[in-house]
Design a protein around this ligand. Structure first.
Ligand SMILES: NC(=O)c1ccc[n+]([C@@H]2O[C@H](COP(=O)([O-])OP(=O)(O)OC[C@H]3O[C@@H](n4cnc5c(N)ncnc54)[C@H](OP(=O)(O)O)[C@@H]3O)[C@@H](O)[C@H]2O)c1
Length: 355
């Protein structure tokens, strides 16, 4: 199969680097085009990017030129490929992604700007693949030749992955989540050392609102061309902690149906969805991994299970205030960002949206 050429908007950042790394050996997509700010444009990727990943910078990308984030004028050959992954700073993502979608590109975005727009799919392919149909509304309403599809906030992903099997099997009534979020979630260079070393910062601007609203959209039901938000309450407390990668969350839930801890664990362990059925290249074989040890999951040991695409759950027990409580761990720049967008694009390809 001939690979589909792809590009990255915001290629030099923390998430952009993850895209570069995950695309290196991708069976369907080939990275051909990179873009970032004016600061980086005109340089080679190796010059423009402060490579922060442990795996080496792929040779095939080192000498690629970094472009400005502008679509080629209509009728002019060259320019960006049709499929673009976006990991732009949200200050500029709104305008830039719109320009590319207007110009006919399919923008698979990490940024928060369009996630809650009623005609923009906010996707976790393992949870709500049917929401992709919203792009039909988007085309009608906005008249774009291309489209924008988004993935959730990195904290919402782990939460929703762990809630989806419970919603499917028992129904959700109330959710209370407290996060311990890694510093890589704040981009590069991110949080100043003097603020975060030996410390916990109990505030991440806009994060709690994003987690609360996105969770209800992701677990909402599609009907009449729109998403009806999930009818359960969500309360989020978000904290930054001195961990490099991996968001840990403590979660309490009240469920609609009576159940047992054993049934909860069974629901997680047996959960499968469309990406597993279609064997999409980035899909985890087991979306939810349940650990039995009393002190797991931990970012140090459990972060990279299923190549960073699974949510690891543990410490399942009764909650005297709600009903049950547990801990969930998710990789914020893989499952919470670049890997999530890649899986979205794989879903789109398998549904024929990229033909
Ligand atoms: N980090 C995470 O865990 C995570 C998870 C989910 C979603 N996200 C979202 O993904 C996006 C990227 O996050 P990040 O952590 O990778 O941020 P980052 O490290 O700060 O990278 C930002 C990228 O945007 C580019 N950029 C900045 N200003 C620009 C401008 N005026 N015009 C064009 N490009 C510009 C930067 O290019 P230069 O290098 O040239 O400045 C860089 O490539 C954000 O919207 C973030 O909220 C991040």
């Amino acid at each position: 199969m001939k690979k589909l050429e792809v590009g990255i908007l915001g290629a030099t950042g923390m998430v952009g680097q993850r895209f570069v790394s995950l695309l290196e050996h991708h069976p369907w997509f080939e990275l051909k085009w990179l873009a970032a700010s004016e600061r980086s444009a005109g340089k080679t990727y190796a010059q423009a990017c402060n490579w922060r990943l442990r795996e080496p910078l792929p040779k095939s990308v080192r000498e690629l030129t970094v472009h400005e984030c502008r679509p080629a004028p209509a009728g002019r050959p060259g320019g960006a490929p049709q499929l673009l992954f976006s990991s732009l700073d949200s200050k500029v993502a709104g305008e830039v992604e719109k320009e590319f979608a207007q110009a006919g590109h399919v923008v698979v975005s990490n940024s928060s700007n369009y996630r809650m727009e009623p005609d923009v799919p906010l996707l976790i392919p393992d949870v709500n693949p049917d929401h992709l149909a919203l792009v039909r509304q988007q085309r009608k309403l906005r008249g774009w030749k291309g489209m924008i599809v988004t993935n959730p906030n990195c904290t919402a992903v782990g939460l929703v992955m762990s809630l989806a099997p419970l919603e499917r099997a028992f129904g959700l009534e109330k959710v209370l989540m407290t996060s311990m979020q890694a510093v890589s979630g704040a981009g590069y260079p991110g949080v100043p050392t003097l603020d975060i070393l030996a410390n916990v910062i109990p505030f991440i601007g806009g994060e709690e609102e994003k987690v609360e609203s996105e969770t209800r959209k992701l677990l909402g039901k599609m009907g009449d061309g729109q998403v009806k938000m999930g009818d359960f309450a969500v309360s989020a407390h978000c904290n930054r902690v001195p961990v490099e990668d991996g968001h840990t969350e403590t979660i309490s839930v009240a469920l609609k149906a009576k159940t047992t801890i054993r049934d909860l664990v069974e629901a997680w362990r047996t959960y499968r969805s469309l990406p597993q059925e279609r064997d999409l290249p980035s899909a985890p074989k087991h979306p939810i991994i349940v650990r039995e040890e009393r002190d797991r999951p931990q970012p140090k040991f459990d972060l990279n299970v299923e190549h960073g695409m699974a949510t690891v759950v543990g410490r399942v027990r009764e909650c005297p205030v709600l009903q049950y409580k547990y801990v969930a761990l998710s990789h914020n720049t893989i499952r919470g960002a670049a890997g999530a967008a890649l899986l979205n694009a794989e879903l789109m390809k398998s549904e024929g949206y990229l033909d």
